[in-house]
Design a protein around this ligand. Structure first.
Ligand code: ADP
Ligand code: MG
Length: 361
């Protein structure tokens, strides 16, 4: 296994008209499982392909282990990649698919190669499939074989490019757990790419968020969830999405008053909050973010209650999502035993400690 260091990595396509990856810096520890997440087209696959040596960076540097591999050919990097479409050789059996990579990348003799394939097949629970061809396998079995083929090589670094996207939801959950088990048992260093923030949050020791080829934030999943550094991250991580309201800030005697442009919404931050966040509160306009689970129903007449109409009540088991007519899209998550129907007018509030204030886009 190996640590990975990426420095000022940049990739342009079509003579600079597309900047797929823009000045990316990353450090991945030996044995760390890092998830990279972002919307389609943000540069995830390009980043992985550069790590694998399948795409040449426009500029920047890649180290795997202690070696600068920026100019090292793919076949001389000790890296295994697992793809969404499995990429198995259709005319080879499962055994041959797994053994082929070993033959190409190591000088193990035939009996040792066979021993490793059989052992890995047992670990992946595919022993009974070894003589089958890929088209005889289900999607889940193909992905197990693709994983087995990567693992059998014992590479320094594993790269996963949305490996579970073609599987149904139930199988996806099973395979996620399986990959995490392998990670625990084998201590692999991995970069796991997905567009699914839930998958990224549940699987990663650390999560790296990209948008438009640029690193937005990286950190432990809880840290990114609790302290998103910009509006993009706040909106991308968490489901349903964080609510946003553009506000202006005014000094008032008892703190700072936040108001939206049409004046429907007003919320006063306490003087203590304003003092504690003094450094961060230098502007007179912000985008306020509040997560649906941090919105509560205002009982009685608290100072910072906001009246809202209920457009839709969406039941999701133990909770309901209330779609409210505050701003363009505003969702509150409340227990389902609270008796609220569409058309009702309710009063909501939130705790100032749950508010996020972002620079306006
Ligand atoms: P993701 O995997 O996050 O969906 P990609 O890395 O595939 O994103 O793509 C990033 C950007 O680079 C996109 O705008 C995409 O259209 C562009 N791109 C990717 N590959 C090529 C290519 N071979 N030629 C030109 N543009 C490309
Ligand atoms: Mg991709």
């Amino acid at each position: 296994m190996a640590r990975v260091r990426v420095e000022s990595l940049r990739k342009e396509y079509d003579v600079g008209t597309v900047v797929a990856v823009d000045d990316l810096n990353l450090e991945i520890e030996d044995g760390e499982f890092v998830t990279v997440v972002g919307p389609s087209g943000c540069g995830k696959t390009t980043t992985l392909r550069m790590l694998a040596g399948l795409e040449e960076p426009t500029s920047g540097r890649i180290e795997i282990g202690d070696e600068d591999v920026t100019d090292v050919h793919a076949k001389n990097r000790d890296v295994a990649m697992v793809f969404q479409n499995y990429a198995l050789y259709p005319h080879k059996t499962v055994f041959e698919n797994m053994e082929f990579g070993l033959r190409m990348s190591t000088d193990l003799d035939a009996s040792e190669r066979e021993r490793r394939v059989v052992e890995t097949a047992e670990m992946m629970d595919i022993s009974e499939l070894l003589e089958d061809k890929p088209d005889e396998l289900s999607g889940g079995q193909k992905q197990r074989v693709a994983l087995g083929r990567a693992i059998v090589r014992e590479p320094d670094l594993f790269l996963f490019d949305e490996p579970l996207s073609n599987l149904d939801a139930k199988l996806r959950t099973t395979m996620r757990a399986e990959i995490q088990r392998l990670q625990d048992e084998l201590g692999i260093t991995a970069v796991y790419v997905t567009h699914d923030q839930h998958e990224a949050m549940t699987m990663g020791d650390r999560i790296v968020i990209l948008n438009d080829g640029e690193l937005q934030q990286q950190g432990a999943p809880t840290e990114v969830y609790e302290n998103p550094t910009n509006r993009f991250v706040g909106g991308f991580i968490g489901s349903p999405s964080m609510n946003f309201i553009d506000v202006t800030v005014d000094q008032v005697s008892d703190g700072l008053r936040l108001r939206d442009t049409d004046g429907d919404f007003s919320f006063t931050l306490s003087a203590a909050y304003a003092t504690a966040n003094d450094a961060a509160l230098g502007m007179d306009r912000y985008t306020l973010g509040i997560r649906p689970e941090n919105v509560s129903l205002a009982d009685g007449q608290p100072q910072n209650a906001i009246t809202a109409g209920v457009d839709v009540v969406e039941p999701v088991g133990s909770d309901n999502f209330l779609h409210l007519d505050v701003g363009p899209e505003f969702i509150a998550r409340v227990p389902s035993d609270v008796d609220i129907e569409s058309g009702d007018h309710i009063s909501i509030t939130f705790d100032e400690s749950d508010i996020h204030l972002f620079d306006m886009d």
